[in-house]
Design a protein around this ligand. Structure first.
Ligand code: NAD
Ligand code: IPM
Ligand code: MN
Length: 353
C-alpha cells in the first residue's frame, strides 16, 4: 500500500517538529512494509510570503489526492498585523472547513511511569486518560456577523442542530470504546447557544446512547476540575472555543504543551497536527518537543491510514524515549534531534524484542 501524504510544515517550530516526525514515519514505513509519498506544500506565513495568501488556491487541488494532511503549525509576529482575511490563522480555519474536519480529537494521557513529568502532584496526574472532543468547524470561530469597527467589535457564536448532533455522536461513540462516560462542557447558565448545545446533547444521549453516562459542566468549573482531578474525565465534548482553551490547559497534566497530538476528522481526508502553535520564542533553536507531532503521526497511521500496528509501535517508542530522557521543556536534556534519534533506536529495538 502506498499513501499520499500532504505535508504543511508551516512556520516557527512547525518545520522542526514535522521534519523529525517524517524521518520517524519513513522508518516505520520500511519496518511495516507500506509506502509513503510525501508532498510538501507552503501554508500559513510561508505561503503569505511566497503567494500572498496563507491558503493558496492551488493547494486545494493538491489536497484532492491526499490520503492524509500532516501539519506543523502556522503563525508568528511577522504576520500578526495583516488584515483578518490574510492572517495565518484564518488560513488554518479555512483549511479545516475545506476538509470538513468537524471533529477534533485531542487525547490527554499521562503514560504509566511518566507522572513525574507533570508539574501537578504525581498522584493527581497519574492515570489521567481523557479524550477532548472539540467541535472544529463551527461556533464562534465561524459565526456571522463578525466585525472589528472603530467603535465596536463583534463575534457571533452560533450552532445548528446537526452540527451539535454529529459531534455528540463522535463523543458517545468514543466513550463506547473507552470508559463509557461523556462530560459535555458549556456555559448554559449564561449563553443561549450553550443551553441549546446542552439540550441537543441530551437529546442524542436519550435517543441513541442511553447506556452511556452523560454529565454537564460549565466551562469555568470544568477548567478548575481538569486541574484539580483530571482522572474524573473520560470523554469531554465541547465547542470550538472552549475546546481550544481546555486542551492547552490539559496539556499541563502530562507536563508540556509540546506533548499533545490531535486528529481532525470528518467524512473525507483527515488532518493531523499537534495542539501547540509555532512557538516563536523557541523557533530555530532545535529544542522543540516533537512528541505532539509524532503522536499526531501515530493518530494519522491509526485513523487515516489504518496502519494500527505501526501506530502502536510509534506510541511505545515515544513513551520509552520520554522515560529515558525527555526534551528540555520537560526538564530533560535532549534536543529535538537527540530525542528523535532515541525514538528511532526504540523502534529498531521493538522489532528485535
Ligand atoms: P504556542 O503554542 O506556539 O506556544 C505557547 C508556549 O508553549 C510557548 O512558550 C512555547 O515555547 C511553548 N511550546 C509550544 N510548543 C512547544 C513544543 N513543541 N516544545 C516546547 N515548547 C513548546 O502558542 P502562542 O505563543 O500563543 O502562539 C504562537 C503562534 O502560533 C501564534 O501565531 C498562534 O496563532 C499560532 N498557533 C498556531 C497553531 C496551529 O498552527 N495549529 C496553534 C496554536 C497557536
Ligand atoms: C489550535 C490553535 C488554532 C485554534 C488557531 C491557531 C487558529 O490555537 O489549533 O488550537 O484556535 O484552533
Ligand atoms: Mn489552540
Amino acid at each position: 500500500m502506498n499513501y499520499q501524504i500532504a505535508v504543511l510544515a508551516g512556520d516557527g517550530i512547525g518545520p522542526e517538529v514535522v521534519d523529525t516526525s517524517l524521518s520517524v514515519l519513513d522508518h516505520l514505513a520500511k519496518q511495516y512494509g507500506f509506502g509513503l509519498s510525501v508532498h510538501h506544500h507552503r501554508f500559513g506565513g510561508v505561503a503569505i510570503d511566497s503567494d500572498g495568501h496563507p491558503f493558496p488556491e492551488q493547494l486545494k487541488g493538491a489536497l484532492k489526492d491526499a490520503d492524509a494532511v500532516f501539519l506543523g503549525a502556522v503563525g508568528g509576529p511577522k504576520w500578526d498585523k495583516l488584515p483578518r482575511e490574510l492572517r495565518c490563522e484564518t488560513g488554518l480555519l479555512a483549511l479545516r472547513k475545506h476538509l470538513g474536519v468537524f471533529s477534533n480529537l485531542r487525547p490527554v494521557k499521562v503514560f504509566a511511569g511518566l507522572e513525574h513529568l507533570s508539574p501537578l502532584k504525581s498522584e493527581v496526574a497519574k492515570g489521567t486518560d481523557m479524550l477532548i472532543v472539540r467541535e472544529l468547524t463551527g461556533g464562534i470561530y465561524f459565526g456571522k456577523p463578525s466585525h472589528n469597527l472603530s467603535t465596536e467589535g463583534l463575534s457571533t457564536m452560533v450552532y445548528q442542530k446537526p452540527e451539535v448532533e454529529r459531534i455528540a455522536r463522535v463523543a458517545f461513540e468514543a466513550a463506547k470504546e473507552r470508559g463509557g462516560k461523556v462530560t459535555s462542557v458549556d456555559k448554559a447558565n449564561v449563553l443561549d447557544v450553550s443551553q441549546f448545545w446542552r439540550d441537543v446533547v441530551i437529546g442524542v444521549q436519550q435517543s441513541e446512547y442511553p447506556h452511556i453516562e452523560l454529565d454537564h459542566l460549565y466551562i469555568d468549573n470544568a477548567a478548575m476540575q481538569v486541574a484539580r482531578d483530571p482522572k474524573q474525565f473520560d470523554v469531554v465534548v465541547t465547542g470550538n472555543l472552549f475546546g481550544d482553551i481546555l486542551s492547552d490547559l490539559a496539556a499541563v497534566i502530562p507536563g508540556s504543551l509540546g506533548l499533545l497530538p490531535s486528529a481532525s476528522l470528518g467524512a473525507g481526508t483527515g488532518l493531523f497536527e499537534p495542539v501547540h502553535g509555532s512557538a516563536p520564542d523557541i523557533a530555530g533553536k532545535g529544542i522543540a518537543n516533537p512528541v505532539g507531532t509524532m503522536l499526531s503521526a501515530a493518530l494519522m497511521l491509526r485513523h487515516g491510514l489504518k496502519q494500527s500496528s505501526a501506530a502502536d509501535a510509534l506510541e511505545k517508542a515515544v513513551q520509552q524515549a520520554l522515560s529515558d530522557d525527555p526534551t528540555k521543556d520537560l526538564g530533560g536534556s535532549r534536543n529535538t534531534a537527540a530525542f528523535t534519534k532515541a525514538v528511532i533506536s526504540g523502534l529498531k529495538a521493538l522489532v528485535i524484542s
